[in-house]
Design a protein around this ligand. Structure first.
Ligand code: MG
Length: 332
């Protein structure tokens, strides 16, 4: 048995002695993450797989940003056993970072500070479908994030949520990503950077054929919605892994790709098996109360984290259970 920190060692001694002692949190158990081959590994070199929710678009005035608070982060750690959370910081639509930089940056700091306090990982996602059209805004945003949090191993940079299908990996997405990666690495030498891929982050095979070279701790984004995306997307992901790139499922849904529809339990189970087999970390869309299938909470649910099962939608209950069991299984 190896210990990644003094506190996890103390917790183990406590267990041996039958004494209730301080329980090590996720960060104390795993430490700084890095990329080794096609795997994301922890400080002891073991492949990792973390599970948690993704918050909805942070855009000011959309309503979902009321869930960007410390009580919600604490609740998903304590009650869902979440080990990771994603802050989906709206970039270029109404109320996004371009329109309201300070309002949206406050949502970054609120969620990241809460994740650090809870000892979990946190993805700071530039939630855009057009990021290559205004790279200067993303450069400024991630300069702020890396300057403030680059020394915190909790933080993961996701530089482009979902490039569209009519963009191009080689001539648009990759050059954008190389600019962002160079800027972040000039400030923070080591935290994970996750690079979005063409076609709403599905064409991971294109990134694997033509990866970004000579940058440490880089992984690529795979997104799926179980009601729409099936074996052919898993085949594509397997091909990318076999080519040697690491993947993270920074967003996935139990429903259709438009965020609505019923929970597809059979296909979701196939995806969960796939993610378990390949040690993929994942965040489920979305911790919000919008009236659509993907939302975890019933419309009108208070953003205080003090929820009972009655407050959850069908997808929310299902996903809460997945996350609880995912991480418990990992800890055993
Ligand atoms: Mg760092």
């Amino acid at each position: 048995m190896k210990f990644n920190s003094i506190s996890s060692f103390i917790a183990a001694i406590g267990l041996l002695l039958g004494v209730q002692t301080y329980a090590a949190n996720t960060l104390e158990l795993h430490g700084a993450l890095s990329v080794k081959g096609n795997q994301i590994v922890d400080a002891s070199g073991k492949p990792t797989s973390f599970a948690g929710p993704s918050l909805f678009w942070s855009n000011t005035g959309w309503g979902a940003d009321r869930y960007y608070n410390a009580e919600v982060v604490e609740s998903v750690v304590k009650n869902w056993n979440a080990t990771i959370i994603r802050a989906a910081i709206g970039a270029d639509k109404n109320g996004g970072y371009l329109a309201d930089p300070e309002g949206n940056f406050k949502k970054v700091t609120t969620v990241v500070d809460a994740a650090i306090a809870q000892g979990i990982y946190v993805i700071v996602d530039w939630h855009s479908h057009d990021a290559e059209k205004h790279p200067e805004a993303a450069l400024e945003f991630f300069t702020r994030v890396a300057t403030k949090y680059g020394d915190k191993p909790n933080v993961i940079y996701e530089i482009y949520n979902e490039p569209l299908n009519n963009t191009d990996w080689a001539t648009q997405i990759k050059p954008y990503a190389e600019k962002l990666v160079a800027k972040i690495r000039s400030i923070d030498p080591d935290n994970l950077i996750i690079v979005g891929t063409q076609t709403w982050s599905q064409d991971v095979d294109k990134a694997a054929e033509d990866p970004i070279k000579n940058v440490s701790n880089l992984a690529y984004t795979l997104h799926f919605y179980a009601g729409t995306h099936k074996q052919d997307l898993r085949d594509k992901a397997k091909k990318a892994l076999d080519k040697g790139i690491a993947l993270m499922v920074t967003e996935w849904g139990t429903v259709n790709a438009n965020g609505d529809g019923a929970v597809d339990k059979e296909e979701t189970q196939r995806w969960l098996d796939f993610m378990r087999e390949h040690n993929l970390s994942h965040c489920n869309w979305a911790l919000n109360d919008k009236k659509e299938g993907a939302s975890h909470l019933i419309n009108g649910t208070k953003p205080d984290g003090n929820w009972t099962d009655k407050d959850f939608t069908e997808s929310g209950l299902y996903v809460k259970n997945v996350i609880q069991n995912w991480n418990q299984a990992k800890l055993q």
